[in-house]
Design a protein around this ligand. Structure first.
Ligand code: SAM
Length: 282
């Protein structure tokens, strides 16, 4: 065991190029919901922001829009591949106020002055003790600074009737397989509901919270690719944990099969809730 295993565990999704591209697609899909959180949390021009577990950089890029050219955003991720990709994206977009650093949050040290805001999306779920990580990161936040995190609620057996109506069986099966693989891998899929207590255990005041879901229908929705790309990334975990075989999943045709069924039956599909929590450090 490494010394940092107390707060950080191995990251199960990996950082292959398709996974980094999935993060970009997912960032586009959930971007508006994150913008709502950043707006409500109070991100404003000129702020210095730390985005932890930044992956391909999508939350950092959203934060950069809020803080403007006078502000700065620092994205941190332990995967050098993700950081190189995020840096490349920042360069192509001509963004000079966003910088990316490869570091593990278990031992990351922030250079320079503390930040006005600490943000993160879909990252606390990968830590066995998320409150310990958050408490550690709070040392880098100014008193009065913003803390805002978003996590998905991944029920191991989501009731099919809350996922789609009329029922889209292929979508329900795909979503359930993902959630079960996470659960069997020991990842806390209910972390979104625990954000309030995690904030308080870390020493923050009780946060404001909001649950947001995407509601999708029609042939052009991004939801089919989102669920299929996520399935592709999680497939090795599904196989290891006995949730499903590659033959049963048929990932290459999954997006199209869900799209076809949803369009034929005129289904409305709902994503799992993305729960946001935000507070100010006292
Ligand atoms: C699901 S991705 C989310 C990326 C990004 N926040 C987004 O929403 O697009 C989670 C990211 O957390 C990073 N991560 C997981 N454990 C970490 C750790 N101990 N230190 C730094 N980053 C970590 C992973 O490398 C991965 O890029």
């Amino acid at each position: 065991m490494k010394s940092q295993d107390k707060v950080a565990a191995d990251y199960v999704l990996g950082h292959s190029q398709p996974e980094l591209e999935r993060l970009v697609h997912q960032g586009r899909f959930f971007g508006e919901l994150t913008e709502i959180m950043l707006l409500k949390a109070g991100l404003a021009p000129g702020m210095r922001v730390l985005d932890v577990g930044c992956g391909a950089g999508d939350v950092s890029f959203l934060a950069a829009k809020f803080v403007g050219p006078e502000g700065t955003v620092i994205g941190v991720d332990k995967a050098p591949e993700a950081i190189a990709f995020a840096q490349q994206r920042a360069q192509s977009a001509g963004l000079s106020n966003v910088q990316f650093i490869a570091a593990d949050l278990a031992d990351f040290q922030l250079d320079g002055e503390p930040v006005d805001a600490l943000v993160g999306r879909l990252v606390l779920m990968y830590f066995p003790d998320p409150a310990a990580v958050l408490r550690r990161l709070l040392a880098f936040v100014k008193p009065g600074g913003i803390v805002a995190f978003q996590e998905l609620d991944l029920l191991p057996s989501p009731p099919p009737e809350i996922m789609s109506h009329p029922q889209c069986e292929t979508y329900v099966a795909a979503g359930t397989r993902i959630n079960q693989a996470f659960a069997r891998a020991g990842i806390d899929g209910r972390i979104a509901f625990k954000l309030g207590s995690i904030f308080q255990q870390a020493g923050l005041p009780a946060p404001e919270m909001l649950a947001m879901q995407r509601v999708e229908r029609g042939a052009d929705s991004l939801i089919y690719e989102w669920i299929a790309q996520t399935t592709r990334t999680v497939l090795p975990l599904m196989q290891q944990t006995g949730v499903a075989t590659a033959e049963a999943v048929q990932v290459d045709t999954l997006a199209e099969r869900i799209r076809q069924e949803a369009v034929e039956k005129d289904c409305t599909l709902i994503t799992p809730p993305l729960i946001a929590a935000w507070a100010r450090k006292e």
